[in-house]
Ligand binder design. Structure first.
Ligand code: URA
Length: 307
């Protein structure tokens, strides 16, 4: 593909088709930015603190060594390979430079805490979240993905963040991984009338990128309050990010899974929590479905024991 001319509708259509096939489905800024033309400061020239902020705020490209089993997101991310060399690649959004990196804003985290604490019902919490403008993800998402299922259920499952299908429908786990999750629930005799499902992050990260630590901390008070208001007998953490955020641990999901932990709410209620593998990971690694099956049997037994 040659460089598109802004005046030629065929070029523009081709360019848009390229973006769509590369999974670029969000316009983030009105003016396109040519990242290739920007001079990047060398890592060594950055102040250490700046580099740390940059690392935290630039999650689009992961290290090649990252195993990818912590999260379900890679399975739902479109293939990155285009077969084009750099000179042929148009100015698709790439990782932000230091000048666009956001500095963590404690104020938004504090506001989220206050709003979450002030909600005394799930409906109020949903309204507070819908009105909250402190998380940048809200502005690229189509919908708030609050929850699905039965808020009176004994079991609550929490994933990481909505993907494309969830964003379009405004409901968690409705895409491929959602269908697998439904089968996993059915295997222990449950469905969405007997389980409640939500995510740590209620807005889809653009391009299904991994949410930043800052985005997670801003959204944390909302999911913590949601758990507190549902007050399930048992919590299931679907994937590493949910387990790490809600169980306050840095351990990887392959170590965590299958072992009971405790999620303690802000008001001090201890809820037994089972970390397990994310359905999207299981779609990529079907051999590990047997591990998730064992975890779900544990959950079934716990629910039975707790009556
Ligand atoms: N993955 C998640 O973690 N949550 C969803 O809602 C969908 C996919």
């Amino acid at each position: 593909m040659t460089a598109a001319s802004p005046n030629n509708p065929i070029d523009i259509a081709e360019l848009l088709a390229f973006y769509a096939s590369a999974g670029v489905d969000e316009a983030l800024e009105d003016t396109p930015v040519n990242r290739f033309a920007e001079a990047k400061p060398k890592q060594a020239e950055r102040a250490p603190a700046q580099a740390a902020i940059a690392r935290e705020s630039m999650p689009l490209e992961r290290p090649a060594s990252e195993p990818g089993f912590e999260t379900g997101r890679a399975a739902e991310r479109p293939a990155a390979s285009t077969g084009l060399d750099a000179s042929q690649v148009p100015d698709a959004p790439r990782r932000p430079t230091l000048t666009t990196a956001t500095v963590p804003d404690e104020g938004q985290i504090k506001l989220a805490r206050q709003l979450a604490a002030s909600a005394s019902t799930l409906d109020e919490l949903r309204q507070q979240m819908a009105a909250f403008d402190g998380c940048n993800l809200k502005f690229t998402a189509k919908n708030l993905v609050f929850a699905d299922g039965n808020p009176n259920a004994d079991l609550m499952l929490v994933g990481e963040a909505p993907g494309r299908d969830e964003d379009l429908e405004g409901l968690p786990f409705v895409g491929r991984s959602g269908r697998l999750l439904d089968s996993m629930l059915a295997a222990i005799g449950l469905d969405r009338t007997s389980a409640y499902i939500a995510n740590v992050i209620p807005w889809r990260p653009p391009g299904n990128r991994t949410p930043t630590l800052h985005e997670t901390e801003i959204c944390r008070p909302f999911i913590e309050r949601q758990i507190e208001l549902v007050n399930p007998k048992v919590l299931v953490n679907l994937g590493g990010p949910s387990a790490k955020t809600l169980l306050n641990t840095t351990e990887g999901i392959l170590r965590l899974r299958g072992n009971w932990r405790v999620h303690t709410t802000q008001s001090g209620i201890a809820i037994p929590a089972m970390p397990t593998l994310h359905p999207a990971y299981l779609l990529r690694t079907p051999a590990h479905k047997k591990l998730a099956w064992r975890d779900f049997l544990e959950v079934k037994a716990k629910l039975r024991a707790l009556g």
